[in-house]
Design a protein around this ligand. Sequence first.
Ligand code: FAD
Length: 384
Amino acid sequence: MTGIPLRIAIIGAGPAGLTLARILHLNGIAATVFEREAHALVRPQGGTLDLHVDSGQLALRRAGLEKEFLRIARYEDQGSRLYDKDGRLVLADDDDSGDRPEVDRSALRDILLASLPEGSVQWGRELREVHARPDGAYDLAFGADLLGPFDLVVGADGAWSRVRPLVSRYRPQYTGLTFIEFGIDDVDASHPELSKLVGRGKIGAEGDGRGMIVQRNANAHLRGYAIFRVPADWAERTFDFASPAAARARLMAEFEGWAPELVALIAASNDNIVARAIHALPIGHHWPNRVGVTLLGDAAHVMSPFGGEGVNAAMLDAAELARHLVEAGDWRQAVKLYEQEMFERVVEPATHAAEAAATELSHIGLELTLEHVRQHAQMRAVAG
Ligand SMILES: Cc1cc2nc3c(=O)[nH]c(=O)nc-3n(C[C@H](O)[C@H](O)[C@H](O)COP(=O)(O)OP(=O)(O)OC[C@H]3O[C@@H](n4cnc5c(N)ncnc54)[C@H](O)[C@@H]3O)c2cc1C
């Protein structure tokens, strides 16, 4: 990299923002990450993610965190089972020899944070707006504070990015699917029958226009998603989330007629029950290059979580933007190149995620989901 040292601001300490900061740091380029959460432990960082060799894992290799990754990777939790609503097993893959191990999101955040120099992340900084200065640089508005100037502002601030409006008029659209998320603690000791049902990995179940995905996380924790095709405001109209007992009972009622062992997963859930309306940006979302502003990860291409590509695409974006910034003679060109390649690269995973979301809970029940799962497995086998 040539020219004056860049003043880089990364908005968001998610997987994309932290991976970018780490790889830049390894290459002697400083960046400041601004995160709205008050500190690293402010909320559990969500469920388990499978990291793919040529994207999520590649990014961690470039970040010099291979050893740390192997310490948190759960190769033994790669199994996958699909049930119908009567509890009949329709597809099972209990093979743990794959190369897409699971990692807990908080464990991933921890290893990335530990790899950054003290003070690289400014916590409790919620970006409100980005102001363009007459000299071409940018100031950032956080509450009453205006910080800057920065030459390059990287929006790694997720689906509802405050940086995105500077380059794009698009906002994520509701996919028609709502997840109600629930968790089961200490499953091996407290609910051995449910532990056995889920096995080492995840299960899916579908029928009567409803679905359920339950994934094994680290520390004998299960995270579940009940899936509905409903209007965007259905969950808030239907559930009293202030009363977990009432929300749990309402959720169980939605699965009346399902196999008791599947409904038992909801009955055993803890009090952390939340709704997640699934949104996505259009496939092929792109924008004309604007000097000094770019987007990474969900801010650039949030997609439905089916297919498990989101975090992998986000971390690969970070690795590629860092590579271009390190290798290029001109950082403006580096960003342009990153964007051109990213726009193309993301079309395939975004298409896959959109197809999977469209076939989930279809009018012919499990048939389309099964077809989709098989096709995807075949594609992966062909790709090696
Ligand atoms: C229910 C669900 C399940 C999922 N399951 C999977 C899965 O199994 N596999 C997979 O690959 N992907 C999955 N995803 C998608 C995955 O979570 C995302 O693709 C991934 O987290 C994107 O990383 P990111 O760093 O771009 O954004 P995020 O992880 O969203 O991080 C953005 C960060 O920016 C911060 N931020 C936001 N706004 C501001 C602001 N204004 N100022 C400062 N900071 C801000 C946030 O607090 C956050 O820390 C799932 C998503 C959902 C909703």
